[in-house]
Design a protein around this ligand. Sequence first.
Ligand code: PGA
Length: 244
Amino acid sequence: MNVIICKNYEEMSQKAADIVVQQVTQKINSVLGLATGSTPLGLYQKLVKAYHDKDISFKDVTTYNLDEYMGLDVSHPQSYHQFMYKHLFSQIDIDLSNTHLPKNDHHHMQECAKAYHKLLSKTAIDLQILGIGSNGHIGFNEPGTPFGNEVFIVELDEQTRNDNKRFFNHIDEVPTHAITMGIKNIMRSKHILLLASGIEKSESIYHMIKGPVTENLPASILQLHPNVTVIIDEKAASKYLENA
Ligand code: PGA
């Protein structure tokens, strides 16, 4: 793992954007794996700026998102479909037909998982962006998820629903299930770029880098991937630095 420690969120976002720009410059038809949540927002803002500055074009880029809440209408402001459209897709020159998020019809959950799995198996992700949960999840692969999983339906961890309740009016509105790429899908990416900022991520970052590879801390699997870049701010790095 190549671990890069930045002063703050701003620097983390800029360094991540530089890597994405470099990837798409080298291969204009790159396939990007995208994440949602607070962490990549700064990265997406930087990419929008890079597009306006003509440093990058997404015309030939294809994207696949990691996950989506189950049963939340895709027009719901907290759906990841809306998140991606608002924060990135609507502001760049990407062809929307080249952007992919898992379908999330809760009456047909297994069919949705099969369909996304089929789509992913026809492609190879060049660069996968990841955040990390305070419980060490990546995508919605919660602690205890088998490493062998491919796209599947997950019942969300209590800690994850609590972490995400800030986006909803009430905890009861936070969906209980999601559809997510499995660890196996994520590990197939050629290059993985994991971002984290803030003290609340320091514990999971420490275990991801230094701890045993265990399904109890899903991100620890990344120790076994040959090409992982971890970009974190000083707060997220604090426990790792204390024990380095
Ligand atoms: P966050 O979520 O970026 O909103 O902290 C990260 C994650 O849960 O993967």
